[in-house]
Design a protein around this ligand. Structure first.
Ligand SMILES: Cc1cc2nc3c(=O)[nH]c(=O)nc-3n(C[C@H](O)[C@H](O)[C@H](O)COP(=O)(O)O)c2cc1C
Length: 370
């Protein structure tokens, strides 16, 4: 089935150029045997996309495939041997709804294969995704993994092909950046390697590792990759922060799917908005500030239930900042919530400072927009 969006787009305010108003044909996204519908994916984000976040996103709907935080394969093996435990990052994975991708990283094909097989057999995950995009030094320089591997296509081939063999028939996917540096953009070559090694889909974040998160994602470069893939789908990622931009990405850049990351952290309803836009339906409005606050409090309960009050409150500080971001009074709220240590303090600060439709005491003076 091909869905049509008839949305007429207004000009976005930044680098994604003015979208045309023509309808967009969006075919179902197929990752091996898995049909991802809608073709809108939730990105893996270390420290953020744990079970609580995924659950909140799932409740709003509109997401075709969700992903965990990246899990270190070597760490998994070590934890089990030393402590008879599995990583915290697999919290919820056994029980929660499918489809669900677990992302793993390392540079050793056998370790990756071993962990991939465990995830398939014991956790019954829908997809095993490999991280070839992480630019963090601990992963690249210390472990020669993540985006470091973009300079070693042969090793990438060995990792992917071994993992594909170990996980079959569960699909294995790869997530990359455009290259290690601006001068060494090699995503087209890497795309061919990824496909030949047997991966079932390729996700590309349109920046290089050297860029980290600076500048804009280069969607023209993402689009170029398409002609280098024979049959596996291309999923584009980077800077998608509105339903309009998601529609535009499909219309202009010839991707088979899109992946949303940072913009969803404080706006988990973004997937539902984007999915409606893709169906050609009116985009649901942003929830009221009161509804947004209630969503954050539900998120809080899920996190505290799992991690206990001390660690849970600590974890929720950063999420709370995301929920407030861009709103009138966000800076004021952030400065208070960053210091809370107990459940009561969290609730007090939310009651007092979380942005509302009412003028906020103290914030008006600074006119702060987060
Ligand atoms: C806090 C944070 C953690 C991230 N962790 C991961 C990760 O574990 N695995 C991964 O492949 N990408 C990770 N990313 C990258 C995102 O998945 C995504 O590729 C990037 O943020 C660009 O998309 P966006 O512009 O929509 O945010 C992370 C990004 C952020 C901001």
């Amino acid at each position: 089935m091909v869905r049509r969006s008839t949305l007429t787009l207004t000009t976005p305010d930044d680098h994604l150029p003015a979208p045309e108003s023509a309808p967009v044909a969006v075919a179902p996204l197929r990752i091996g045997p898995l049909v991802v519908d809608p073709p809108i994916l939730q990105a893996p984000m270390a420290g953020f996309t744990n079970y609580a976040f995924r659950q909140i996103v799932r409740e709003y709907g509109g997401v075709g495939l969700q992903a965990t935080e990246m899990v270190n394969a070597r760490g998994f093996v070590w934890m089990e041997a030393e402590r008879a435990e599995h990583p915290d990052r697999l919290w919820g994975v056994r029980e929660e709804d499918r489809p669900l991708a677990v992302q793993i990283w390392d540079n050793d094909p056998e370790t990756m294969a071993k962990v991939g097989r465990r995830l398939v057999e014991e956790y019954q995950v829908s997809v095993v995704d490999i991280n070839f995009g992480c630019p963090v030094k601990q992963v690249t320089q210390r472990a020669h993994s993540g985006s470091y591997l973009l300079r070693e296509p042969q090793r990438m081939f060995a990792i992917i092909s071994r993992l594909v063999e170990a996980c079959a028939p569960t699909p294995v996917t790869a997530k990359i950046r455009l290259g290690c540096t601006r001068k060494n953009i090699n995503a087209c070559e890497i795309a061919r390697v990824v496909e030949e090694a047997g991966a079932a889909a390729l996700t590309v974040h349109g920046r290089t590792a050297e860029d980290y998160f600076r500048g804009h994602a280069d969607w023209d470069r993402i689009a170029e990759i398409k002609s280098h893939l024979k049959h596996i789908p291309l999923i584009g990622n980077g800077d998608l922060d509105s339903a309009e931009k998601v529609v535009h990405a499909f219309a202009k850049y010839n991707v088979d799917g899109v992946m949303i990351a940072r913009a969803a952290l404080g706006r988990p309803w973004l997937f539902a908005q984007a999915a409606a836009a893709l169906r050609g339906e009116p985009i649901p409005p942003e929830p009221s500030l009161e509804q947004q606050r209630d969503c954050m409090l539900r998120h809080f309960e899920l996190v505290v239930e799992r991690f206990g009050e001390e660690k849970g409150v600590q974890l929720m500080r950063k999420y709370a900042c995301c929920y407030a971001q861009g709103k009138h009074g966000a800076r004021h709220f952030r400065s208070h919530v960053a210091r809370v240590a107990t459940r009561q303090e969290f609730f007090d600060v939310v009651a007092k400072y979380f942005p509302t439709d009412e003028p906020i005491e103290g914030a008006a003076a600074t006119g702060s927009i987060g």
